[in-house]
Design a binder for this molecule. Structure first.
Ligand code: ADP
Ligand code: ZN
Ligand code: ZN
Length: 698
């Protein structure tokens, strides 16, 4: 099944043939490919078992080499050809090759982590040869009409609104043209999902595959259910891929998709790297979402790679969002992407009424203005649900001594520890390294026993609301409340079933769920999001608040959103009240252009870690000096090396060097020349370093 055509040789010649040298990619933190020999050529994309150092590892053949890079007699033979799978397809290898080049990582760090874990282990997967085979056709569940969250799934085949029909025509034109990227900009509730489904249906009917990417699958059981009922009954199977699957589940889904048995693949960013032999359409829902960017290892953007993959295959890509990233918006403005707009909601409900509550002169009670408390009381009387949104989990962000000013700090990080209080249990937890310590009985500095929590997180808000509205059923949804598998689903089900009056939640509640009974959203600490250091803070805040607002009252009319702020005049809040993404995007882009920030420039971030900050800074300064001396840095701006805002995490001190150019090619040209030198500069220094292309957080 495996042997590629060019590797089969006539019987009887095998003993005498000279060895063939193979360039093999290995997932090791070393640049380049590794030489191994075999008695016959192997096709690129074949997995092989090799010994590296003293370890048996799975590698992937990248190419056949004329001669090895080391002395031929030092080249080891491969141990085995893993022929449980056909070689990885050529388009998949192109995609991985592009990612390695664009993100400046060794091929092995791209190729192998893209495979399900069992395929990377030297002795794990034996493939379809094992008795029964690991691949069973998926149990086809009967077309259940209820989602996991207990909500009724929309009936099949609704009549499109006029706006949807126009948008669908435009998207079809794109598909007829063969390829291209569409940016589908539709307000929350405008029925983007329906358009994805219609387009997908057409592509499936032609016998092609469809890839749908979502930011966080565990929060979107609704989409999975809709896709299953609408698209999978007649046209083939659905495979689902995300990081919460067991290795076996992930392998089975990956195999069904890559063998073409599953016509539809729905997944999070890791699904992007799945081979799909008949791929005909890629949809990226909520394309602006930061979850598409992997934050460790290969720091890739699944959205950007999706666009590349679509272009490479000559197939359409649809990027959907109510608040597109400014990168995508600009591309649409320039005509690189086709802009398709859905300015109205699909059902005749009004958009929520968003108001700012000026907190500058307000008498706050535990962070709540009288208006917000009054609004909560009213909704409670009317039997409607409310959501109190604040992006801060725990009880209080810091514990403080009122006598001497001591504040709780992590032993290992330059960060405050957060007070967590669950029932009678209380701990001080570091949100950066995870370290947790008991709460001291008295101030470690002065002995005062009256330590005070400062500020508030979701737990404290929950506690306050329970006291203030004793008759209300309060449900808190955040990372702490949903740690156990299945608990998020259970909490959401409770809300959907109307068994909650007030929902207290972090950004977790803003994705994927529409709360039909929700009449009021109160936003508590928006300003802290606005004044985060990052230049993308206003963009993120706008997207976040739009999304939270969109959760409210999709069925009932007249939902209200109250945003408490000290800065009601800020552009982002003003645009928010008018639901005016376009105006916001225009002004934010004008500002970025003035400052030469992305998308008007390309950035790369070099980070260094050391036990002592000075070593990290020294290294980055040396790299910078090196770069300044290179001709390739002519069109590139290198900033000063600076400590990270939180310098020390888990006893490691960190610094960064931002590199920027108005021309992407110039930036990458410099990096290609510079990175080998950075490696040389790091040798012998007590530092570790890393590179992120298109960093989302600076
Ligand atoms: P978006 O993803 O754009 O926020 P959704 O796709 O979730 O919006 O659609 C919002 C709601 O409108 C859903 O309940 C959906 O079933 C409904 N809907 C979509 N299209 C139509 C239509 N043509 N007629 C009636 N209801 C629709
Ligand atoms: Zn004290
Ligand atoms: Zn810490």
């Amino acid at each position: 099944m495996l042997e590629p055509p060019d590797s089969s040789r006539p019987e009887g010649t095998s003993g005498s043939a000279a060895p063939v040298f193979l360039a093999v990619a290995l997932d090791v933190p070393l640049p380049g490919l590794f030489d191994y020999s075999h008695d016959a050529p192997l096709a690129p994309g074949v997995r092989v078992r090799v010994v590296f150092g003293r370890r048996a590892m799975v590698g992937m053949v990248w190419a056949v080499r004329e001669r090895p890079e080391v002395a031929a007699d030092r080249v080891r033979p491969i141990e085995a050809v893993l022929d449980d799978l056909p070689p990885m397809p050529a388009d998949w290898l192109r995609l991985a090759g592009f990612a390695a080049q664009y993100y400046h990582r060794p091929l092995g760090e791209v190729l192998l982590p893209a495979l399900p874990p069992p395929l990377r282990r030297p002795a794990a997967y034996t493939g379809s040869r094992a008795a029964g085979g690991p691949v069973r056709r998926a149990d086809r569940r009967p077309g259940a009409a209820r989602s996991a969250a207990g909500e009724a799934v929309p009936a099949p085949a609704m009549t499109l609104t006029a706006g949807q029909r126009t948008a669908l025509d435009q998207l079809q034109a794109l598909r007829a043209a063969g390829h291209g990227v569409a940016l589908l900009h539709g307000v929350t509730g405008s029925g983007k999902t329906e358009l994805y489904l219609r387009l997908a249906r057409q592509v499936l009917d032609q016998g092609r595959q469809v890839l749908i990417l979502v930011p966080e699958i565990n929060l979107t059981p609704q989409l999975e259910q809709v896709v299953r009922t609408r698209l999978c009954a007649s046209t083939g199977d659905l495979a689902v891929l995300h990081s919460r699957l067991s290795d076996g589940e992930r392998l089975r889904a990956w195999l069904r998709a890559s063998r073409g048995q599953a016509a539809l693949l729905l997944g999070t960013r890791l699904a992007l790297m799945t081979p799909l032999p008949r791929l005909g359409l890629i949809v990226v829902d909520e394309e602006h979402d930061a979850s598409y960017k992997q934050q460790d290892g290969l720091r890739y953007s699944a959205r950007d790679l999706a666009v590349w993959r679509g272009h490479d295959l000559g197939i359409p890509v649809v990027l959907g969002s109510a608040t597109p990233s400014l990168e995508s918006w600009r591309r649409a403005q320039r005509g690189d992407y086709r802009l398709v707009s859905l300015p109205e909601r699909a059902q005749a409900q009004p958009l929520p009424d968003i108001r700012l509550v000026d907190t500058r002169r307000a008498q706050l009670e535990q962070g709540f203005t009288p208006q917000l408390l009054q609004a909560l009381a009213t909704r409670l009387e009317q039997g409607e649900q409310s959501l109190v949104f604040l992006n801060r989990r725990g009880y209080a962000p810091v514990l403080r001594c009122p006598s001497c000013g001591w504040v709780s700090q992590c032993r290992r990080c330059t960060a405050h520890t957060v007070l967590h209080r669950e029932g009678r249990r209380a701990v001080l937890q570091c949100h950066h390294c995870g370290d947790a310590r008991p709460v001291p009985r008295a101030c470690p500095d002065c002995g005062d026993q009256d330590l005070q929590p400062m500020g508030r997180g979701t737990q404290r808000v929950e506690e306050f609301l329970a006291e203030r509205f004793p008759q209300a059923r309060i449900v808190r949804i955040d990372a702490d409340a949903t740690r156990r598998k299945g608990s998020a689903e259970a909490l959401f089900a409770q809300v959907h079933a109307g068994q909650a009056d007030i929902l207290v939640g972090t950004q977790m509640v803003s994705k994927g769920h529409d709360f039909a009974r929700l009449g009021l959203v109160g936003v508590l600490n928006a300003d802290t999001m606005l004044f985060a250091q990052d230049f993308r803070a206003p963009e993120r805040l706008f997207a976040q608040l739009m999304q939270v607002a969109g959760r409210a009252g999709r069925r009932a009319g007249g939902a209200q959103v109250l945003v408490q702020t000290d800065y009601p005049d800020q552009q982002v809040y003003q645009a928010l009240c008018r639901h005016d993404y376009v105006r916001f995007a225009e002004s934010a882009l004008a500002e970025r252009e003035d400052l030469g920030l992305p998308p008007f420039s390309s950035q790369a971030l070099l980070t260094a870690q050391a036990a002592r900050l000075a070593d990290a800074l020294d290294f980055l300064r040396a790299v910078r000096a090196q770069a300044d001396a290179m001709p390739e840095s002519a069109e590139v701006c290198l900033y000063d090396a600076v400590p990270l805002r939180i310098v020390r995490v888990a006893r490691v001190e960190r610094a960064q060097l931002l590199i920027e150019s108005s021309r992407r090619g110039a930036l990458h040209g410099l990096l290609r020349a510079l990175l080998p030198q950075a490696d040389a500069l790091a040798a012998g220094r007590p530092v570790r370093w890393g590179l992120e292309i298109d960093p989302q957080e600076i």
